[in-house]
Write a protein that binds this ligand. Structure first.
Ligand SMILES: [Zn+2]
Length: 383
């Protein structure tokens, strides 16, 4: 298979020849006819946070293998070759069902196993306060519990690689230490912690701020608060939702300058209603609205009662395009934030566009100031 496009980092027009799922060569474009062609080529995206889409939720007590397969395929249309299915605060029974279904799906479907490099548990050990809790149901927020986590990790077959929690929750600091010892990456999020509690969590081993700037009170003390403390910590990476709804452009720009591109990750945090047409939907005993925004076809998802955002309607491709527009960073920096950097944070092997690496590639069109348009996601199993 011969792919012809501009290299996302160098801008050179290259031919990438793939064979049996592996990149065999990357060289200046030849005269041979390519099998696939696009404006640009990069490694496929890897997203730390996908809750579902098209009405399918990884949190559902009725989650099926077919639904997981559907989400994998939709993600691929948006350039996402790999991701962490994300289960959020709910009953232990529903979480066990989700973890078990994901484990079985990975065991029986190679396509699913390839896309799902791990699972993200976001909650239930989070702040009960309105604002920080976001759309997570209060009834299922609870103190940190290692035994309970172990039950989930067992159901998942050891696939939980990322846990987002609030460090001020009883037992959380101890849980962070045990998770880190067990090789699980710990993120802070949906938190109302004091600056001191944020610092303690970093000492205990927390490494990421999940969707920094969201899952927060509307108003904060001006100098000492959990947002500024996380922003100031050089040991914390940050993930950002750049769907154009969760964070204003100016704030994204500030976070990019403080954290630097090397410590940023772009996530779409696609909600179960991502991609659904505008309307009212019922999920987890709550009403949600999908609301059209602006003149485009884009939407946002909100909790009907509170108006709080409930994950993103959009996917990673839109977020990458927005991030470049908001910060004026390079194409390569933004793509790395949505592909190489999340893998690196989790300690997963890199997927570079180099000879010998798996052929997990994204073909897309893009121009400065224009939209990011996915043409095709090529996976090593296909090439
Ligand atoms: Zn969240």
């Amino acid at each position: 298979m011969r792919i012809r496009a501009r290299h996302y980092a160098t801008g050179r027009l290259v031919d990438i020849v793939c064979e049996k799922g592996v990149i065999r060569s990357v060289a200046d474009a030849s005269r041979d006819r390519p099998d696939h062609e696009a404006g640009w080529v990069s490694p496929a995206f890897f997203d730390l946070q996908i809750n579902g889409c098209d009405g399918h939720s990884f949190n559902s007590e009725k989650l099926t293998r077919e639904q997981i397969h559907h989400v994998v395929q939709v993600c691929r249309k948006h350039g996402i070759g790999g991701f962490l299915p994300t289960l959020v605060t709910t009953s232990q029974r529903a979480l066990v069902h989700g973890m078990t279904t994901l484990r079985q799906a990975c065991a029986n479907d190679p396509e699913i196993a390839y896309a799902i490099a791990g699972i993200h548990l976001e909650g239930p050990y989070i702040s009960p306060e309105d604002g920080p809790r976001g759309a997570h149901p209060l009834a299922h927020v609870r103190p940190a519990d290692w035994d309970e986590f172990q039950e989930l990790q067992e159901a998942a077959g050891g696939r939980i690689r990322l846990v987002t929690l609030a460090p001020e929750v009883p037992g959380a600091l101890h849980l962070i230490e045990r998770l880190v010892q067990a090789g699980v990456t710990v993120a802070l999020g949906h938190t109302a912690a004091s600056p001191g509690q944020i610092r303690d969590a970093v000492v205990a081993g927390a490494r990421l701020s999940t969707h920094l700037g969201n899952g927060s009170h509307a108003l904060l003390p001006r100098h000492e608060n959990y947002f500024l403390e996380q922003l100031a910590s050089d040991k914390l990476w940050a993930s950002l939702i750049c769907d154009g709804q969760h964070l204003p452009a100016g704030l994204v720009s500030i976070i990019e300058r403080v954290k630097t591109p090397a410590r940023l990750i772009l996530t779409c945090d696609a909600g179960p209603l991502a991609g659904c047409p505008p309307g009212r939907y019922r999920m987890w005993d709550q009403d949600f609205d999908v609301v059209a925004v602006g003149p485009s076809t884009e939407c946002k998802i909100v909790v009907a009662a509170s108006g709080f955002l409930a994950g993103s309607w959009a996917f990673t491709d839109l977020c990458v395009g927005n991030f470049i527009e908001f910060t004026h960073c390079t194409l390569a920096q933004a793509v790395d934030m949505a592909s190489a950097q999340p893998r690196s944070l989790l300690g997963l092997p890199p997927r570079s566009m180099e000879t010998g690496h798996p052929a997990d590639l994204l073909l897309f069109d893009w121009q400065p100031g224009g939209a990011f348009v996915v043409k095709e996601t090529i996976q090593s199993s296909m090439s």
